[in-house]
Design a protein around this ligand. Structure first.
Ligand SMILES: [Zn+2]
Length: 66
């Protein structure tokens, strides 16, 4: 299942209210400002700060190339 393209426009980071971008293979939504990745499970983003994972610099670099 794919999320509608306009979903990103209404989603914001629950922590800093910043813009989110897709992570690799659309398995995560990434807040670049805080380097956090929120998991997307079965097409549903888990927009909860406690579910977020901090990205390594290498992973963040991969996101930037998308
Ligand atoms: Zn954030």
């Amino acid at each position: 299942m794919n999320l509608p393209a306009n979903l990103l426009a209404i989603l914001a980071c629950p922590s800093c209210k910043g813009k989110l971008v897709w992570g690799p293979e659309r398995k995560t939504l990434v807040c670049r400002g805080e380097r956090l990745a929120y998991p997307v499970v079965n097409g549903i983003p888990a927009m909860v700060a406690s579910e977020a994972r901090e990205l390594s610099p290498e992973e963040l670099e991969g996101v930037d190339k998308l």
